[in-house]
Design a protein around this ligand. Structure first.
Ligand SMILES: [Zn+2]
Length: 437
């Protein structure tokens, strides 16, 4: 089975595909212990016209028999930084620490992030994401003055160019102390609203954190914006800004969506504190995105020839048990915050399975890279497979979880609007002229 076998007419039946219960809400079938059932998918005019349980040996005439390969809806990547992506060759992280990342990126941004530089690296990142099967992506945009005046217009142009291939959203990114400049922050919120964006800040423990959070919520309410936080990306147990965000959401009566990323320190805190924070998060309607690859890379790196002893990720299982929507996402790619990565959400899911134990049972964890981030991003119909929905899915070689998650699946087939796409990854050499040090 190769992509050439998918008819270019966009009219076909894929028979004997393996679908997961958590990603096919409308399918009535006998799902096995791993959550899979065999089914036939009929595609016409860019849409899925039907999904029905497979009735072997009565395979429909003319159907392509996929022999039990897994088919998943296209991925939704809810937390990335495509404005930072791929600067590693010219600005590596000197020691692999969080501070090393912050300082290196800040220096590179001030010196090199022209509109052309940002636009070319963004386009490179999106071609990777598209080839791997991503259909929607939220990026944070460093919005420390004067970068916001460069990156937001670039983002708007890139979003337009990519419309129909990758649905793009952006959230502004700045340390919450930047909110102290009321007038500037108000103008940033207006800029974000004009771009139909999301209001985002990085939170950490400051004496005036509660007041600053109130200002963030006030601007979000005023402009009708959703919120997206980077919170407590640290092993410091005294970092409780996640709890402060939940409290601020409650006392401000916020009704928009709130996504909080990282929340690393929660995993280090005493049980009673954790339970209190989880209660407040659930009550406030927070959703959480964990960034397992970036956390594994940056957290618990002590720089004194020691071995890391914790995984850096937050308490996703405990959150999910409380009904808190939880997702995982790519975060950084080939920049000082993470030296690797290619916006491949199958890689993210594979790594998350290993780091966060998304297995035995798998349950509905596949929603963490599909329908859950889609819901947080308000993208109807994304991240599930259903009759009447878009024919946007990925055909893998693996027929069960151990096959799917053991190989890179570099030969997966990505179908968009009912047609197999060209999945050539861009050559790194394309960016060489931007990487001169
Ligand atoms: Zn991030």
């Amino acid at each position: 089975m190769t992509s050439e076998m998918i008819p270019e007419t966009g009219q076909f039946v894929l028979s004997n595909v393996r679908l997961h219960a958590s990603l096919t809400p409308g399918l009535s079938a006998a799902f096995d212990a791993d959550g899979f059932a065999l089914a036939d998918i009929t595609v016409a005019d860019g849409k899925i016209s039907s999904i029905i349980a497979n009735r072997r040996p009565n395979t429909p005439a003319g159907a392509l028999d996929l022999g039990g390969r897994i088919v998943m809806p296209c991925f939704v990547d809810g937390h990335t930084h495509i404005d930072k992506g791929h600067i590693w060759p010219r600005k590596p992280n000197p020691d692999g620490t969080f501070m090393g990342a912050l300082n290196a990126t800040g220096a590179d941004r001030a010196a090199r992030w022209s509109a052309e530089d940002v636009a070319r690296r963004m386009d490179f990142s999106l071609r990777c994401a598209y080839a791997h099967g991503t259909r929607a992506l939220r990026t944070h945009l460093d919005s420390v003055a004067p970068q916001e005046e460069i990156s937001w217009p670039v983002f708007e142009t890139v979003r337009e160019k990519w419309r129909g291939r990758i649905e793009l959203q952006a959230a502004c990114l700045l340390g919450i102390e930047g909110v102290r400049d009321k007038k500037w922050f108000e103008s940033l919120a207006k800029r974000v609203a004009a771009a139909n964006g999301v209001l985002g800040v990085v939170t950490y423990m400051l004496p005036d954190l509660e007041e600053l959070l109130d200002r963030v919520f006030a601007q979000a309410i005023k402009h009708g914006l959703d919120l997206d936080f980077h919170a407590d990306e640290t092993d410091d147990i005294s970092a409780i800004s996640l709890k402060k965000i939940a409290e601020a959401a409650l006392w401000n009566g916020f009704e928009g969506n709130i996504l909080v990323g990282h929340c690393c320190s929660l995993a280090r805190q005493p049980d009673l504190d954790v339970l209190d924070t989880l209660d407040k998060m659930a009550k406030a309607g927070l959703a959480v995105v964990s960034l397992p690859m970036c956390n594994l890379y940056l957290q618990d790196r002590r720089g004194d020839n020691t071995t890391p002893r914790w995984r850096g990720v937050t308490l996703l299982h405990e959150m999910k048990a409380r009904g808190i929507p939880v997702a995982v996402a790519s975060d950084n790619t080939r920049d000082p915050f993470y030296a690797y990565g290619d916006l491949d959400m199958l890689e993210v899911y594979r790594m998350a399975t290993r780091i966060l134990h998304f297995d035995h049972p798998v349950g509905d964890w596949p929603q963490a890279v599909t329908s859950t981030p889609a819901r947080v991003m308000r993208l109807d119909g994304f991240g599930t497979l259903a009759a009447g929905g878009g024919a946007d899915f990925v055909v893998f070689r693996g027929r069960n979880w151990t096959e799917l998650l053991s190989r890179p699946e570099s030969d997966r087939i990505v179908v968009r609007d009912g047609r197999a796409i060209e999945r050539q990854l861009p050559d790194y050499a394309e960016l060489d002229d931007l990487m001169v040090r």
